[in-house]
Design a protein around this ligand. Structure first.
Ligand code: R5P
Length: 291
């Protein structure tokens, strides 16, 4: 079994190769042509081998690299190709909100699975996206990785900033043996939200160590507002934990200013403290490639 690291996911690919018993790690050679197009070459003998391609698709360029990598690995004779997409870009456009829009998530699934035998993702915007793959497709959760990191710390309450994240806060609460709650969120625009405590059974946060749990931190608008609200209500400490740390523009600095700790998994490279999903991905890869 060989692990091939895309440039967007090299540190995570290294950890996955270690988790898979030090499976050989291939770092493809890449360069840019004068017109800006990507040149890529995989080295080493992949004939008949299982190849685990690891590449998040945060940018359009990352996506092109993933498609080239898959094609190269297949052409090099890999017996089985498992594509690991730790952060799956375009997953948020998983519905047609207006006529004429693309179902972006489905469009990507179709192309990505072309040269794959199985696909592994982590905390998709909606698990429904898995249904767009015709090959075996799996979704790991970032929650166990975050919980492993939080285990030794004082945590009294897990809070989801919106009702859509209740299952996440519940799962983290179960992993840490702590209660959970959810705020009510109204999105104003892509950068601003309004948050309030639920009127029925508002959680008691005064004097408690609260961890906000979310799937994605993008502009930081949600977490900054949530942290301010929890502090205003007397929380002793507020930490932010998410699976995908996009931290757009100055989001990380703004969140740091209103929280005691910022934690994100390694599906993306970011400046926050990191919790690794490598063991969780490796477990699924082993399942996708039966011995
Ligand atoms: C929303 O449904 C998600 O769970 C996140 O809360 C959201 O994507 C975070 O975005 P931002 O950091 O831009 O507020």
């Amino acid at each position: 079994m060989h692990v091939l690291a895309g440039t967007a996911s090299t540190p995570l690919a290294e950890k996955i190769s270690r988790e898979l018993g030090n499976a050989p790690l291939g770092i493809p050679f890449t360069k840019r042509f004068p017109d800006g197009e990507l040149y890529l070459r995989v080295e080493g003998d992949l004939a008949g081998e299982a190849a685990i391609v690891v590449q998040s698709t945060r940018t359009d360029g990352d996506l092109v690299e993933l498609l080239l990598l898959e094609e190269a690995v297949r052409a090099a004779g890999a017996g089985r190709v498992v594509v690991v997409i730790p952060y799956f870009g375009y997953a948020r456009q998983d519905r047609r909100f207006l006529p004429g829009e693309p179902l972006s998530a489905r469009a990507l699934c179709r192309h990505i699975e072309q040269d794959a035998d199985a696909v592994v993702t982590v905390d998709l915007h909606s698990s429904e996206t898995l249904r767009h793959f015709t090959k075996p497709a799996f979704e790991a959760s970032g929650i166990p990785a975050l919980a492993r990191r939080l285990q030794a710390r004082p945590v009294d309450l897990l809070v989801s900033p919106d009702r859509g994240g209740i299952a996440r806060a519940q799962r983290m609460g179960a992993a840490l043996g702590r209660p959970w709650a959810a705020l009510e969120k109204k999105r104003i625009d892509s950068e601003h939200v309004e948050l309030r405590f639920p009127t029925a059974h508002p959680p008691e946060v005064r004097g408690r160590n609260v961890v906000l749990v979310d799937d994605v931190i993008a502009t930081g608008g949600t977490i900054v507002e949530a942290a301010r609200l929890l502090r205003h209500e007397g929380a002793r400490s507020v930490a932010a934990a998410c699976t995908h740390g996009l931290f757009l523009r100055d989001a990380f600095e703004r969140i740091k200013a209103v929280t005691d700790e910022v934690l994100a998994t390694d599906t993306l490279v970011h400046p926050a403290e990191t919790a690794s999903v490598a063991p969780d991905i490796a477990a699924i890869v082993r399942q996708a490639i039966p011995a």
